[in-house]
Design a protein around this ligand. Structure first.
Ligand code: DGT
Ligand code: CA
Ligand code: ZN
Length: 581
């Protein structure tokens, strides 16, 4: 890996891993804490450790002393860490994965390893099932049973990976694999490329004139805990924390059929094969084959679809939800693209729980090509966020005016609010306060478990308020574990359309709310969407693509999304709403 691609988080992961392994080995506690402290402060650092290293200032990072600074330096200069390699030669890496099991700590793992030679989860499970653990000091039948149920829980939890974790991991993997010899291109495939909110595993596809170098590189990653299969064209591995990936390698002249196959979905592929058969062709990941055995090779996906008489179908649509029918009829949507986005309508600053000042946020948005940014901090009743009072709003308006003067017409800054919809459906501010704001987003954050009728009416009440322009993250779900409110979405959508209130697709990968299915239904009914990052920090602005992908999975075209509108059109829409209320 090229050293300037090693992120602070990767350094933090490395030092946490060292701490885990030392703890399992039975090292004295202060050494372990030193690594943990360094990991924590690296993860929270605002600047790249790489830049700090280049300035020779590593030891100025809190918790980074001489010994750890030397290790960071070694990682940056060699891409490796001798200390960790020596350590994993002694303490198997797969022991660290066992720490993910609920109720299983380093002491126990160390005990099982030293006494019974257990080095991974399946060995542990087998030992527990055959009653071997209960014989060890400090163990009994009860604690053995607890470990078994912990393993069950861990397996359930680790079956699917949230896209917010899978996507950046895959990006790093791809940039590493792209450096192998004989490689033409490396791409995402599978559910990851289709943009599903969780993925079972990462499918990575490479075009290469020879697969040896890239396969070897793929398999040599020190983070791999288990190689599940290895071959010339396909290998499959598992990393710590349950992440699994497979790499498929194909010759460039066959890359199109391979990429199309590996992207799926399975149901979409079945449909395509049916279409092929109607033309007397059989379609596989390698080629189209004619009855006489001769092949049609496709280097691109476009040529795969063209061979079947179809236009290119974007990966996000490939779920067998009517896309092939639409393609045959020439009725595929012209999907929204990230380049269509002009505005950010939902972002937080230090006025509530954001990390940036108004100026920093506006400049960060400007650097990403935004022409308009809405400052939408939380309102007072969401106390943990330091929500704003009416007086705060007035002072914030003055600061916005100052920053606007400073930044000139590079970006337009509007004053909004993310006003809390209280448990009874009333809003945090009286109407006359809301009336003074440029744009109002109303959101649910609390009492999400109210019964269906109650919470639906609560949201409808907010939608009917003439000052509300957007409903933020409508269901309030948090991936992977918190389900959204039990809303009557048809009623919500109908009311939103009648009152010309936009519904948000919150782009944060833990939300993606509305989801693809609801977004599609809403737009089909004639509704307006907003796609916002809900940024609390600069890097959050780069999460926009997750929201765009979700919209594309929902067949959404640019005109249905407020953020794509030319600024005068958006301002006219707001003015019209405000004049008629
Ligand atoms: P996932 O990983 O569960 O989130 O879902 P996918 O869609 O990534 O599925 P996966 O990883 O099992 O397989 C990757 C791709 O390989 C899949 O999208 C389509 C293709 N594929 C897998 N099994 C079959 C099959 O039985 N028939 C066809 N036509 N394609 C398949
Ligand atoms: Ca997959
Ligand atoms: Zn927010």
């Amino acid at each position: 890996m090229s050293p300037d691609r090693i992120s602070n988080q990767q350094l933090a992961d490395t030092f946490n891993l060292i701490a885990d392994l030392l703890e399992i080995r039975g090292e004295v506690i202060y050494k372990i804490l030193a690594y943990r402290k360094a990991a924590e402060s690296l993860a929270e650092l605002n600047n790249d450790a790489y830049d700090i290293w280049q300035e020779g200032k590593l030891t100025q990072i809190p918790g980074v002393g001489k010994a750890i600074a030397e290790k960071i330096e070694e990682i940056f200069t060699t891409g490796k860490l001798g200390f960790l390699e020596k350590l994993t030669a002694e303490v198997p890496l797969s022991l660290a994965e066992m720490l993910q099991v609920p109720d299983l700590g380093p002491k126990k793992i160390g005990l099982f390893w030293k006494e019974l030679g257990i080095t991974n989860l399946s060995e542990l499970e087998a030992a527990a099932r055959s009653g071997k653990l209960r014989t060890l000091p400090g163990m009994g039948e009860k604690s053995e049973a607890r470990i078994l149920s912990g393993i069950e829980a861990y397996k359930r939890r680790s079956t699917r990976i949230p896209i917010g974790q899978a996507y950046p991991f895959a990006q790093r993997l791809i940039s590493r694999l792209s450096q192998a010899a004989d490689v033409v291109r490396v791409e995402m495939a599978g559910s990851l490329r289709r943009g599903k909110i969780t993925v079972g595993d990462l499918d990575i596809l490479a075009a290469a004139t020879d697969s040896a170098a890239i396969m070897a590189l793929f398999l040599s990653d020190p983070e791999i805990v288990r190689v599940k299969g290895r071959g010339e064209t396909k290998s499959s591995v598992e990393y710590a924390h349950g992440l699994r990936a497979q790499l498929w390698v194909h010759p460039p002249e066959r890359f199109g059929t391979a990429w199309q196959y590996a992207t799926g979905s399975k149901d979409h592929n079945v449909r395509l094969r049916e279409l092929a058969l109607k033309q007397n062709l059989s379609l596989s990941e390698h080629a189209f084959t004619r009855p006489d055995g001769s092949e049609i090779l496709c280097a691109t996906e476009e040529s795969v679809y063209a061979t079947l008489g179809l236009p290119f179908i974007p990966p996000e649509l490939r779920e067998d939800r009517g896309e092939i029918q639409a393609a045959l009829q020439g009725k595929l949507p012209k999907l929204i693209e990230i380049e269509d986005i002009r505005s950010e309508l939902h972002a937080h600053t230090t006025w509530s729980d954001g990390h940036l000042s108004i100026q920093q946020l506006a400049e960060a948005a400007g650097r990403r090509g935004r022409k308009l940014i809405v400052i939408s901090d939380h309102s007072a009743s969401l106390a943990i966020t330091g929500g704003l009072t009416t007086e705060d709003l007035q002072r914030q308006r003055e600061e916005i005016d100052r920053v606007q003067q400073l930044l000139g017409d590079s970006i337009l800054i509007l004053q909004g609010i993310e006003v809390e919809i209280r448990a009874d459906g009333s809003l945090d501010f009286p109407d006359d306060v809301l009336a003074d704001l440029d744009i109002v987003t109303a959101s649910l954050h609390t009492s999400l478990r109210q019964p269906r009728q109650q919470i639906t009416e609560r949201l409808l009440k907010a939608i009917h308020n003439p000052h509300v322009d957007i409903i933020g993250h409508p269901t309030g779900r948090m991936l992977p574990n918190r389900e959204g409110a039990d809303l009557d979405m048809e009623a919500v959508m109908k009311a939103a359309i009648e009152n010309q209130v936009a519904l948000e697709i919150n782009a944060h990968p833990a939300r993606l709310d509305l989801d693809d299915i609801n977004a599609r239904r809403f737009v089909e009914m004639g509704g307006l969407l907003a796609i916002n990052t809900d940024a609390h920090a600069e890097s959050d602005l780069d999460l926009l693509h997750f929201g765009i992908t979700t919209a594309r999975r929902g067949w959404v075209e640019a005109p249905a999304v407020l953020n794509t509108w030319e600024i005068p059109k958006l301002l006219a829409w707001l003015k019209n709403r405000h004049d008629t209320r």
